[in-house]
Design a protein around this ligand. Structure first.
Ligand SMILES: C[S@@+](CC[C@H](N)C(=O)[O-])C[C@H]1O[C@@H](n2cnc3c(N)ncnc32)[C@H](O)[C@@H]1O
Length: 323
């Protein structure tokens, strides 16, 4: 299954859900039915307290998650929180209530209709500490090391490249930042037909990794102190053949206080090509003489354009044989 096709299918499904006016029926992360029990009921079954549900705008509760990551994230006033795959915004609004006016919560989602819906809800209810951004969690539209806590609820299983998602999460977290996600994983292998089904993928099943593999991706991305805080069999709308094979887990992980995401800074070089004037160029990666694609060789880095020009002029002097 191609990654782009999977994403288009996922967007289509969640775009349709986002456009529903119905707040008395849910579609459920794994549900194939278009109208299940009320989303508030599903949310309560997933671990949200009645106070949680009453404390957020009704339009944000779509009953799409598989846990309650905010409950476990121990959010503090003033923190910056990022929600991966924010959907209708339930966890963003819940987190916003906890971090208060000095804090900020950013929701990222790749489905335009979800972002439009969540933005409308935020403005209708006067939330000033939330922001919804359109984007993919594999390439987060968020600056390096600017986030205290990352939450996510039943989304990473939908992403074809999970390692990239965790690497991006690591990049945007401040040193000592924490990750608290609810997600679906499998116990053992799923039947081949399920793995290949786009509908099963969009329903959070086919893309789910085996638990050990999932935790290993988090580790590979650089996280430490990875812990499964809780887990239970996921049963909402799970077919008979998959019963007992899908688990909803809540995982926490930390970015070390010493960790530093290496900043990619542009550097200035002078490039040479046969019979052509040397050129000044900038690049985020340091070229070597042999590998730079545009030049036969490059020299640098220089601290400034002026320094590079001085170097070029000095080369001219040499080329003229100095008189
Ligand atoms: C199962 S819903 C969960 C929504 C929300 N977290 C909640 O608990 O209600 C999955 C959401 O993730 C979004 N999503 C799926 N894959 C994504 C990706 N690769 N990048 C960004 N958003 C994605 C979908 O558009 C959808 O809104």
């Amino acid at each position: 299954m191609e990654n782009e096709k999977i994403k288009e299918h996922v967007k289509k499904r969640y775009g349709e859900i986002a456009k529903t006016e119905c707040s008395s029926c849910s579609s459920g992360c794994c549900s194939s039915s278009s109208c299940g029990p009320p989303p508030q009921y599903v949310a309560w079954k997933l671990g949200y307290s009645p106070d949680d549900i009453e404390g957020v705008p009704e339009d944000s509760v779509l009953g799409l998650g598989c846990g309650n990551p905010v409950a476990l994230a121990s959010l503090k006033e003033g923190e910056t929180v990022l929600d991966l795959g924010s959907g209708g915004g339930i966890d963003v609004f819940l987190a916003a209530n906890k971090v208060g006016p000095q804090g900020k919560v950013i929701g990222v989602d790749m489905t335009q209709e979800m972002v439009t819906r969540a933005k409308a809800t935020a403005s209708k209810h006067g939330y000033t500490n939330v922001e919804f951004r359109l984007g993919e969690i594999e390439a987060l539209p968020v600056e390096d090391e600017t986030v205290d806590v990352i939450i996510s609820n039943c989304v990473i299983n939908l992403a074809p490249d999970k390692l990239k998602v965790f690497q991006e999460a690591y990049r945007v977290l401040k040193p000592n930042g924490r990750l608290m996600v609810s997600d679906l994983v499998t116990e053992g292998e799923l039947p081949e037909a399920v793995r290949k089904s786009f509908d099963a993928w969009a329903g959070c099943i086919a893309g789910a990794l085996e638990k050990g593999e999932y935790l290993d991706k988090i580790k590979q991305a650089g996280f430490e102190n990875i812990k499964v805080v809780s887990g239970k069999p996921y049963t909402i709308d799970v077919s008979q053949e998959l019963k007992g094979k899908i688990t909803s887990i809540q995982v926490e992980a930390y970015k070390s206080s010493q960790a530093h995401t290496p900043k990619v800074q542009s550097e200035i070089f002078v490039g040479f090509k046969e019979n052509k004037k040397p050129e000044i160029f900038k690049t985020d990666t340091r070229p070597t003489k042999i590998t730079h694609p545009q030049y036969d060789f490059a020299h640098g880095p220089f601290k400034s354009i002026e320094d590079a020009e001085v170097y070029i002029n000095s080369m001219k002097g040499l080329a003229c044989g100095n008189g």
